[in-house]
Write a protein of this length. Structure first.
Length: 252
């Protein structure tokens, strides 16, 4: 069996007195798309933010248990968070390009991390835009404001910005929720094209989307991981009655 890229072991998280994640254990395979599904407020986004410790920025958060990246714990003191977030990047619900040019949006990360400059930086920007299918459309308007792009291109640009620092994991929290169906289909095709090179974890409320694009799926309810496994069997032969009830639309 392939070793997991990401793993949680009996992981708990509290926001103050609120127990948001309860004994969550799951193993996320490398170079595949894993969807986290469940009703609103069940802990999906909280779980995904655990993998690059974005929850650390929220006052009053406490945790117990383990989170591992390539078998190495990323919780506790002494973890280089800057290096972790370079390896494990995030795309949010709504596109959030910087109020800079297209080129400067993609170049921002490599500059901050000191990865390259000059011709090397231009080449990295080009490769990152090619990876998301934006290069041909934007190569003659790299100096235009990123805020002038349509939402679907803005979301692709945010993914390009992420790819420019050469991450290993892409976390996507409802990346299509602000997009129309045509734009959603384009982002889904992009994710499918990227999974051969990256581990992708996506939070989604859209059962059809999870069924279309994910290889593995985790169903969460009230902070617990109810079921985790391959998407096909989970959607056709769920092991837990609560999973079946959610997938068939009886609640949520």
């Amino acid at each position: 069996m392939t070793a997991p890229k990401l793993e949680t072991r009996a992981f708990n998280l509290w926001y103050g007195n609120f127990h948001a994640l309860k004994n969550v254990s799951c193993s996320i395979p490398p170079r595949a798309i894993t969807a986290i599904i469940g009703p609103s407020g069940c802990g999906k986004s909280t779980l995904v933010r655990v993998f690059n410790r974005m929850n650390d920025t929220i006052p009053g958060v406490r945790t117990s248990g383990e989170v591992l990246l390539d078998g190495v714990p990323i919780t506790g003191e002494g973890v280089n968070l800057r290096a972790l977030r370079k390896k494990v990047g995030m795309v949010f619900q709504r596109p959030n390009p910087f109020p800079l040019s297209v080129f400067e949006n993609v170049a921002y990360g490599p500059r901050i991390h000191g990865l390259c400059d000059g011709d090397g930086l231009h080449e990295r920007v080009r490769r990152s835009l090619e990876a998301t299918g934006l290069w041909e459309a934007l190569k003659d308007s790299l100096n235009d404001s990123a805020l002038s792009l349509p939402p679907e291109q803005q979301q692709r640009l945010c993914i390009s910005r992420l790819l420019a620092v050469e991450p290993e994991v892409l976390l996507m929290d409802e990346p299509c929720s602000a997009l129309d169906p045509i734009a959603t289909a384009k982002i889904e095709q992009l994710m499918l094209s990227l999974k051969s090179r990256y581990t992708i974890v996506i939070v989604t409320h859209n059962m059809q989307q999870a069924a279309r694009i994910s290889d593995f799926c985790g169903f969460m309810l009230l902070g617990e991981m109810i079921e985790f496994g391959e998407t096909g069997p989970m959607f056709t032969r769920p092991k837990d009655s609560r999973t079946e009830e959610y997938i068939t639309g009886r609640y949520g």
